[in-house]
Design a protein around this ligand. Structure first.
Ligand code: SF4
Length: 76
């Protein structure tokens, strides 16, 4: 793991499985952690920049990130 923002991540020490929910799950448990995370925006931008396909990053699951990418393309 690189990047100092990770050291401030609210998910540090939490079972990573929480952040990789089954495909039919929304990842609500992970999102609740992201909700109070001080580096949420940095985490989300990292996931988008690195095209992370799986898991909850920055409070968004993969489906929600794809939607955000589409929205940004439209408004770019
Ligand atoms: S936003 Fe969520 S996944 Fe990202 S560092 Fe914070 S708690 Fe972890």
């Amino acid at each position: 793991m690189k990047g100092t923002w990770r050291q401030r991540a609210a998910c540090r020490g939490i079972d990573p499985d929480v952040f990789y929910p089954a495909p039919d799950e929304e990842g609500e448990e992970a999102k609740a952690v992201c909700d109070v995370c001080p580096v949420r925006q940095l985490c989300l931008e990292h996931a988008l920049a690195h095209r992370e396909r799986e898991g909850v990053w920055g409070g968004l699951n993969e489906r929600e990130r794809r939607r955000l990418v589409r929205q940004r393309r439209k408004t770019a």
